[in-house]
Design a protein around this ligand. Structure first.
Ligand SMILES: Nc1ncnc2c1ncn2[C@@H]1O[C@H](COP(=O)(O)OP(=O)(O)OP(=O)(O)O)[C@@H](O)[C@H]1O
Ligand SMILES: [Mg+2]
Length: 385
């Protein structure tokens, strides 16, 4: 059910618009305002889906109404209605964020089409916001410890830049989560986030995987294929487990980073790509450099910013929060009944070494939710870890 506000000082036109719209769809909820001030007074927080707004009105005009709604009710779509002689203003309004304009007297088909499209757009915007929220919740970073606070502040500072980031830390400390957060908080967030697990791809395939290939470049290349660099254009490329990449692949990645250009395997033309690279590793790259397994020049290209993920043992105070978070999440995802943990069970879990870090904790919580009683007892926490 769409809510529409007609803002128009001439009563006859308000009535015509209302009749046309109701004739199109009886479920439209239509309100009327006879001047700009009234339209502003009626603005709730994204209460209206659509405003049909006259430009010339005594007192506050349509331009002021538009400006007010853009600021206070940004999801509301505003369609201007322009009379003779305010064409230029109508165009200005579009630049200022109006969805479209209609000339007076409005052509029936164009009016209905514009209204339909504006409402579709509004729905899309809202759906997108909901989706985004869901995604964000999926990648929530839980914890209040000083060690995690440092990471959070780093993320907030560097996310809006295009600086390359190297995330280091042991298994399961949340490196991928950080990479996703940086992307979500960057101005590339509407672009793609593309992940490559460098350890999982055989070295002879990695070049094609990263840079793509042309049809016929090798026996199994039956058609052109885009590489991850190209797929990440306009967004973020996450090179996970970079420490496991072969030296020959490292040389090619280095070139891509130096020149912002790639060449597909078997291709003769360079492709320009606009990609922010975030890399992660659980290896000590300095040691790998010393052993001759990792290129020092690539290391310097990748590590403009370094984020070191604390181990779970370094942030024990977050364990109760994480247990609580995983309990709710697992219960939501798997339909398991939510469970509490007895305080001494939590204290016991806080004392463990957690070599597998947060991933290990998550697995333990899941196990205890399946096997434990409610609340989970100390004895169970001892037995099932
Ligand atoms: N601070 C956190 N709050 C909530 N969940 C977290 C947090 N950190 C990590 N996780 C979760 O823990 C799991 C492991 O995290 P992630 O995959 O990011 O770790 P990783 O460092 O990339 O591990 P690996 O080195 O094994 O690839 C994921 O399910 C992730 O969502
Ligand atoms: Mg990972």
């Amino acid at each position: 059910m769409a809510r529409i506000l007609i803002v128009e000082d001439e009563r006859a036109i308000r009535k015509v618009l209302r009749d046309i719209l109701l004739n199109e769809n009886k479920s439209y909820q239509i309100d009327e305002a006879e001047n700009g001030q009234q339209a502003i007074d009626m603005a709730g927080d994204n209460f209206y889906d659509l405003l049909l707004c006259d430009i010339k009105m005594p007192g506050k005009d349509g331009v002021e109404v538009l400006r007010y709604y853009r600021e206070h009710s940004p999801d509301t779509q505003v369609v201007m209605i322009s009379g003779h002689g305010d064409m230029d203003t109508a165009i200005e309004c579009i630049k200022a964020g109006a969805y479209d304009y209609l000339s007076k007297p409005p052509d029936l088909n164009r009016l209905l089409n514009t209204v339909r499209n504006a409402l579709d757009r509004k729905n899309l915007i809202v759906e997108n916001k909901i989706l985004k929220k869901k995604v964000n919740r999926q990648y929530q970073m839980v914890g209040e410890s000083p060690a995690l606070q440092v990471v959070r502040e780093m993320i907030d500072k560097i996310a809006p830049t295009d600086a390359r980031v190297l995330i280091t830390g042991s298994n399961g400390t949340g490196k991928e989560l950080v990479a996703r957060q940086i992307h979500e908080k960057s101005n590339r967030s509407s672009g793609p986030f593309v992940e490559v697990n460098c350890a999982a791809i055989p070295s002879e395939l990695i070049e094609s995987e990263l840079f793509g290939h042309k049809k016929g470049a090798f026996t199994s290349a039956v058609k052109d294929r885009k590489g991850k660099f190209e797929l990440a254009d306009g967004g973020t490329l996450f090179l996970d487990e970079i420490g496991d990449m072969s030296l020959s692949a490292q040389a090619k990645v280095l070139r891509a980073l130096q020149e912002n250009k790639i060449t597909p395997v078997g291709g003769d033309k360079d492709i320009n790509v606009d990609v922010r690279v975030i890399a992660a590793t659980n290896k000590n790259l300095q040691e790998e450099i010393a052993k001759g397994n990792f290129r020092e020049d690539l290391y310097h290209r990748l590590s403009v910013i370094i984020i070191r993920m604390p181990t779970l043992a370094e942030r024990k105070e977050d364990i109760p929060l994480l247990i609580d978070y995983f309990t709710r999440k697992i219960s939501e995802e798997q339909g398991l009944p939510p469970k509490k943990f007895a305080p001494d069970a939590i204290a016991h879990l806080q004392g463990l070494p957690w070599t597998g870090n947060i991933r290990e904790l998550r697995n333990v919580v899941e196990r205890l939710m399946i096997l434990g009683s409610n609340p989970v007892t100390l004895d169970e926490a001892r037995r099932y870890v």
